[in-house]
Ligand binder design. Structure first.
Ligand SMILES: Nc1ncnc2c1ncn2[C@@H]1O[C@H](COP(=O)(O)OP(=O)(O)OP(=O)(O)O)[C@@H](O)[C@H]1O
Length: 976
């Protein structure tokens, strides 16, 4: 084993020398300038200036494998001694003995510039320690050992010391010649243990951390600041030694970390002694200083390893700081590394070259700053020159202290300057910050203003829209309120008028009752007189005479309501005298009423019957009319006289069973005869005791007779007299019942012994027209209102349309006529004649418009087209609705329902069996107000008042408010 340098010290000639780079070293102010020594004058003159044993050089590596180099956070001053580190919050300047950027200066240039002079000193007997310090991956190993292209400091130093590489020494040894004899030891400090890389212990087992299959390393102990029993390789051939060093260097423990693919996990120390001159070179490649998390170390062993590495680095840092601070105690023994480096720091002849490796990467800035701070601290280390005697020693200690103080002062001064600079920068930054804040505040205020304006304008816009909308809604509401008010007034007025009508009707009923009694009395008298041969010279007989003139004997007459009471006495179920205003209607009477609506056959003179029928209708329908006059009364009397005259020819009236509705179908003559005979015979037989009930019955019959003619018109269709005559061979045929109900009821012809039936459709129409007139409160007399449509129908100029014109106008809807069982027989040409007229009203007298021919199955919609065409021809584009003639409500047909209602369903005209009547209601442009009540006129409804009342009470047709009002008005009217 080669002896250690310490064990075999070689006396060397001390030749203090300065490195060529001494100019780069800090220029220390003289001690007397900063800190006067106890004897400043003599000390300054006699004592050599204190020496800085540590020289600090920075080396900035290049960006690894990056084509586009990012912005460097490090700036080098022009003199190459100061490096400025820029960060987000500012920058820091570090003054070193030299800074080298590897991008500008390769290893060769760096070595020559900063290391070569030291190596040359070792050749001459100096002691020098070159330490690589820096974070992991910063290029320590690269600088120390180099790469295949560029040898590092180790191999360059070997070449320089051994003297190889010169041309005169030849290139036979691979560029390394044979020169000075050297001894080289290679040590590794791993986990605070020193291993001898040149020695291997094959017998020993494999240690932790070594690769499998490789012999374990020999562990060494430290003794006297040196590795005891360390193995040396000695020689003077640089090539061989270099190869051996390169070989064993590979035995170092390396590991891939996040920071470095081949990170050195141990400190490596190469000790080169030049025994001939006593020179010593220590090359130390330290493991990277790193924190555990950053290195990505996981697991206990890895963490322990990193901790041990850091222990060496931290210990070295403390040693440097202690020496720099002049501490009495320097913690060399804190780690194996510092124990081995103790000589380098304490030996006056030893120089330290600390190479700080750093990365330009901004991400590594905190490590770079930490490394540079460490170097700056190391730069503060001063050492006094060696003095032989005690006095000089004491003086020397003064000098050292003075130098140290001066260095510290300089350091403090530098820090103060830096501090001032920073304060200045901080002030500027603060001012800039204030300026920016002001700008931001201004911008914010502007933004708020704009936002506020926008909001205000938006609010204004919204509020204006809301106001506008509110105004519109308010106006609409007021309008609606006004309309409602008007409607309410109208309803009030209508209610009032109805009450008046009810009252008038009551009066009329009373009047009729009295008149009937008179007639009965008169009839009785005349019958008695006849029986007693008394000449008929009374008023009653004259009345009968007049009636006989109109209806000659042999012709069947008519049936009148008064006749009904001549039949079998009806059981009165809960019916009181009408005068008592009992509105309940007995079932029997309801039956009779409904049967009345099934029609009456008319035999004899149609015109006469029409007159009678109309007048009877008038006398009932317009009982309550305000315009009732005396003429009407006279006419009613005439009608009644006629009826009475039929009573002269009484035959078999008593045979009629009044309980059977069909028995109500009688000829007028027989009715009258029956009436007369029955009345007289009954009076004779029952005397006056039944007079009261008979009167009641008669009055009820009057009501029934005057009853709901619209129902009559709706349910019953009659052939025209002429048609009937032709069909029956001169005798009248029974009416054809078209309603659905009639289909299930026995034919009148079969069941009734009587052949004549009055034409209720005339009465129905008359009542309808009269109703319309009454509703509109026309100033015209009811008679004129009644007769006018008929006359206008008869004299109207008919507008005949050809078949082709018709088919053009209603091409889409014309379908072949399907004659159903209950359909009315129509014209042979398959067309229906439709008389079109306006509804009689106050403004419109109910003018006839035209007569049209349409196909049988045409709908009201088709009819509308023809009518509209006709109206447009006459420049009369009046809109209209069809009225449901025969409908008790008299309501207009809804437009959407027109297509579903056939024209053949329209009521039949008076004279032509195939003619129908279409009554149109003009549509006013103004607000449509109901001009009628949705139920029939009150005068026709007295007998069914209970029904109406219940309907009103149920509020079927009115709003609750209106219904209630009508209900109360109605009840009030009935109770008068
Ligand atoms: N100046 C440089 N020029 C080119 N490549 C370099 C330079 N410095 C370092 N490298 C490369 O960077 C990688 C890491 O370098 P190196 O191993 O020397 O770092 P280190 O400081 O020794 O790290 P550790 O402390 O982990 O051992 C290597 O691959 C090396 O070749």
């Amino acid at each position: 084993m080669a002896p250690t340098p310490s064990s075999k010290p070689v006396p060397i000639q001390l030749t203090p020398s300065k490195t060529p780079q001494s100019k780069h070293r800090l220029h220390l102010p003289s001690v007397k300038n900063t800190h006067p020594s106890p004897n400043p004058t003599s000390a300054a003159k006699e004592t050599p200036p204190a020496e800085h044993p540590v020289e600090v050089i920075g080396r900035i590596r290049d960006y690894p494998d990056q084509k586009e180099k990012p912005f460097s956070a490090l700036q080098i001053s022009s003199n190459g001694q100061m490096v400025r580190v820029r960060t987000d919050i500012g920058y820091r300047d570090f003054t070193l003995d030299g800074v080298s950027v590897s991008e500008d200066e390769d290893l060769d240039g760096f070595y020559k510039k900063f290391v070569e002079s030291r190596i040359n000193g070792v050749k001459l007997g100096a002691k020098c320690t070159v330490m690589m310090y820096g974070p992991t991956g910063s290029g320590k190993s690269h600088t120390m050992f180099g790469c295949p292209k560029q040898p590092g400091i180790v191999y360059r130093a070997l070449r320089d010391i051994l003297g190889g590489g010169d041309e005169e020494n030849g290139e036979a040894d691979g560029g390394f010649g044979i020169g000075t004899f050297v001894q080289v030891a290679v040590l590794e400090i791993y986990n605070e243990e020193i291993y001898d890389l040149l020695s291997s212990n094959s017998s020993a087992g494999v240690s932790i951390g070594w690769p499998k299959g490789t012999p374990s390393k020999v562990r060494l102990e430290v003794m006297g600041g040196k590795a005891k029993n360390a193995t040396f390789i000695s020689g003077n051939e640089a090539g061989k030694i270099s190869k051996e060093v390169a070989r064993v260097e590979k035995r170092r423990i390396v590991k891939s970390t996040l920071c470095n693919e081949r990170s050195s996990r141990s400190h490596c120390m190469i000790i080169l002694d030049v025994p001939s001159v006593g020179g010593r070179l220590m090359l130390v490649d330290m493991a990277g200083s790193e924190n555990i998390e950053q290195a990505g170390q996981t697991g206990f062993e890895a963490k322990m390893q990193t901790a041990k590495i850091n222990q060496g680095n931290i210990a070295l840092k403390r040693v440097v700081e202690s020496i720099a601070n002049g501490d009495s105690y320097v913690p060399f023994r804190d780690s194996k590394l510092t124990m081995l480096l103790q000589d380098s720091f304490e030996d006056d002849k030893s120089k330290i070259l600390m190479i700080l490796c750093a990365s330009p990467d901004p991400k590594e800035m905190h490590k770079t700053i930490s490394t540079l701070e460490y170097g700056a601290k190391a730069k503060c280390i001063v050492r006094s020159t060696h003095t032989p005697n005690a006095k000089d020693k004491e003086h020397s200690s003064y000098t050292v202290l003075g130098s140290r103080m001066a260095a510290m002062d300089q350091f403090i001064l530098k820090l103060q300057m830096e501090n001032k600079l920073k304060e200045k920068e901080r002030d500027e930054a603060h001012k800039e910050l204030l300026r920016k804040e002001k700008e931001v505040a201004e911008l914010r205020a502007k933004l708020e203003l704009v936002e506020e304006k926008r909001l205000v304008s938006k609010d204004e816009e919204i509020s204006s829209k809301v106001d506008e909308r509110t105004q519109i809604l308010k106006a609409e509401l007021q309008k609606k309120l006004y309309e409602c008010q008007q409607m309410e007034n109208e309803f009030d007025e209508l209610g009032r008028r109805m009450e008046e009508k009810i009252l008038q009707q009551q009066v009329e009923v009373e009047m009729l009752r009295r008149r009937l009694e008179e007639i009965e009395t008169e009839l009785c008298h005349s019958t008695e007189k006849e029986h007693h041969g008394v000449a008929n010279d009374t008023v009653g007989s004259s009345f009968i005479q007049r009636l006989s003139e109109i209806y000659p004997e042999g012709e069947q007459g008519m049936v009148k309501s008064m006749d009904l009471d001549m039949g079998e006495e009806l059981p009165v179920l809960g019916v009181k005298d009408v005068r008592n205003h009992d509105v309940r209607k007995p079932e029997k009477i309801r039956n009779i009423s409904s049967m009345n609506s099934h029609g009456w056959a008319v035999e004899g003179d149609d015109t006469a019957w029409e007159k009678i029928a109309k007048r009877v209708g008038l006398s009932t329908v317009f009982e309550g009319e305000e315009h009732e006059n005396t003429e009407e009364e006279v006419e009613k009397e005439v009608v009644e006289e006629k009826v009475l005259s039929f009573g002269d020819k009484t035959d078999g009236f008593s045979d009629i069973n009044m309980s059977h509705p069909l028995n109500l179908v009688q000829t007028p003559a027989s009715c009258v005869r029956n009436m007369g005979e029955k009345n007289c015979s009954r009076k004779r037989s029952e005397n006056a005791k039944d007079a009261a009930s008979a009167r009641r019955t008669r009055i009820q019959n009057i009501f029934m007779l005057c009853g709901n003619h619209r129902e009559l018109g709706e349910h019953v269709r009659f052939p025209t007299p002429s048609k009937k005559r032709s069909e029956a061979g001169g005798t009248r045929s029974p009416p054809t019942v078209l309603s659905d109900e009639s289909a299930t009821k026995p034919n009148l012809k079969e069941l009734s012994p009587l052949q004549t039936v009055p034409q209720p459709e005339h009465r129905s129409y008359a009542s309808f027209i009269a109703e319309g007139t009454a509703r509109n409160n026309s100033a015209k007399s009811p008679n004129s209102a009644l007769l006018e449509p008929f006359s206008s129908l008869n004299i109207a100029d008919e507008q005949e349309l050809t078949d082709s014109q018709l088919s053009k106008k209603c091409s889409s809807s014309v379908k072949p006529l399907e004659l159903k069982e209950n359909n009315i027989p129509n014209d042979e040409d398959g067309l229906l004649e439709v008389y079109v007229k306006w509804e009689a009203s106050k403004e419109n007298p109910g003018k006839f418009i035209t007569k049209l021919k349409v196909l049988k199955n045409s709908s009201l919609e088709d009819l509308r087209k023809l009518i509209e065409t006709h109206l447009s021809k006459g420049n009369n584009k009046q809109e209209f609705t069809f009225l449901m003639l025969g409908d008790p409500t008299g309501a207009p047909v809804l437009n959407e329902k027109e297509a579903t209602i056939q024209a053949s369903k329209l009521p039949i005209c008076n004279s032509h069996i195939s003619s129908h009547l279409a009554c149109l209601r003009p549509i006013k442009k103004a607000i449509q107000r109901p001009n009628h009540l949705p139920f029939s006129s009150l005068e026709n409804k007295l007998s069914v008042a209970s029904n109406n009342l219940s309907m009103i009470d149920q509020g079927e047709s009115f709003s609750p408010r209106t219904g209630k009002k009508f209900s109360s008005a109605f009840v009030k009217g009935l109770q008068i």
